[in-house]
Design a protein around this ligand. Structure first.
Ligand code: SF4
Ligand code: SF4
Length: 375
């Protein structure tokens, strides 16, 4: 059985988090069941971009602090690492409050810059993953529970995409981002290459709506832990009430018959999941219709059938972050305005994820709107 534990947690006060974490990990054997004295233990939070903790974009620093202290109490050596989408790790860590926690606890921050080539476990032949991620004695995954424009939800499995160093993420979006199931497959293969030893989800304040960076904080009041990241995601999605048709990771994990995806294989303990359910959690605004058309055909007509990003000139500061990150290079500045070459756009929505000004809206294709009106 794959054990997933829920713990009700009201806020991010230091004592509350520490006590809640002890209760959370007790049914799993405590932190000592996962780390041994002297081991180097990588804590992998969600450090997507430079936002304050209140924005609920990044894993809350008090959760990171409490895990650092527990790892150290178990005699191991914690360090924090990631490769943010934008902004450089140092800047992101400062803005989201993690630098202060690291300074106060004397903990090292390691930016993922060096990668190691590893053979893929299935469809994809090769991956380049961060050396500190692959070589740590233990990995504790610390995702933030959020909506995600492309994958609908980001939690334990999606958080491991941070193990892909810097621009490598753009390359993967280009290679697999046109097809959500293919992208989910890629994420699951990264997960299979190095499964975290433990996953602890910061779902105290989650993000709903236009996630993973432009949504609204939503109090969920939970910490979630488990050894199997797929099971943790299955339970998180159940709590948020996300329909299976939007859960690309879960659906692909089912096709691959990955351990932990079968709900009957998950043993739950702690706070009852039936009491944790959220009835009105707002999903991301992106919808997409993939009619199973041949790829070359769908490429030409998809503008009418799919959702697409559009620039909001009054908000856009022309900083170039989206243009530089756009995997197929479909964005450019023309006559002092941002222009998107839609036939080249693969609808990965990296631009919306990374724009610090929330200056990219989303619009549904004309035919998609008409179809919606008819059904
Ligand atoms: S849309 Fe956002 S990221 Fe892109 S240029 Fe404008 S402000 Fe910068
Ligand atoms: S314009 Fe935005 S959605 Fe389209 S390919 Fe570029 S980053 Fe992705």
């Amino acid at each position: 059985m794959n054990h997933v534990v829920l713990e009700k947690t009201s806020d991010y006060s230091r004592t509350e988090i520490r006590n809640a974490l002890f209760r959370l990990l007790a049914p799993l054997g405590g932190m000592g069941a996962f780390v041994q004295p002297g081991e180097r233990v990588l804590l992998k939070p969600n450090l997507l971009s430079a936002k304050t903790p209140e924005a609920a974009v990044t894993t809350n620093p008090e959760v990171v602090r409490a895990v650092i202290e527990m790892v150290r109490d178990a005699g191991a050596v914690p360090f924090v690492g990631d490769s943010p989408g934008i902004g450089g790790l140092q800047r992101v860590a400062e803005k989201c409050g993690i630098s202060r926690v690291l300074a106060e606890t004397g903990t090292e921050l390691v930016e993922f810059t060096e990668s190691v080539q590893v053979t893929g476990p299935g469809l994809f032949k090769r991956f380049e993953l961060a050396r500190p991620y692959l070589q740590a004695d233990r990995v504790i995954n610390l995702p933030k529970l959020k909506t995600h424009g492309m994958m609908t939800m980001t939690c334990a499995v999606k958080n491991l995409f941070g193990a892909v160093v810097g621009a490598g993420k753009i390359a993967w979006h280009l290679r697999a981002g046109e097809d959500r199931e293919l992208f989910a497959r890629m994420l699951l293969e990264i997960y299979q290459l190095r499964m975290p030893d433990l996953n602890i989800v910061d779902a105290i304040t989650a993000m709903e709506g236009d996630g993973p960076s432009g949504g609204d904080p939503r109090h969920v009041g939970l910490l979630i832990a488990g050894t199997n990241a797929v099971s943790v995601d299955v339970v998180a999605a159940e709590i948020l009430g996300i329909p299976k048709k939007f859960l690309y990771l879960e659906r692909v994990a089912e096709k691959l018959a990955l351990a932990g995806v079968d709900r009957s294989s998950i043993h739950l303990s702690g706070y009852p999941v039936s009491d944790a359910l959220i009835r009105d959690f707002q999903l991301p605004p992106i919808s997409d219709v993939q009619f199973g058309l041949p790829r070359f055909l769908s490429r030409h007509i998809r503008h009418y059938f799919t959702a697409y990003p559009y620039p909001i000139p009054e908000k856009c500061k022309l900083c170039g972050i989206c243009r530089d990150a756009c995997p197929p290079g479909a964005m450019e500045f023309r006559d002092g305005a941002l222009f998107i070459d839609y036939p080249r756009c693969i609808r990965c929505f990296c631009c919306r994820e990374l724009c610090p000004e929330h200056a990219l809206g989303i619009r549904e294709g004309r035919l998609l709107r008409m179809i919606r009106k008819c059904i």
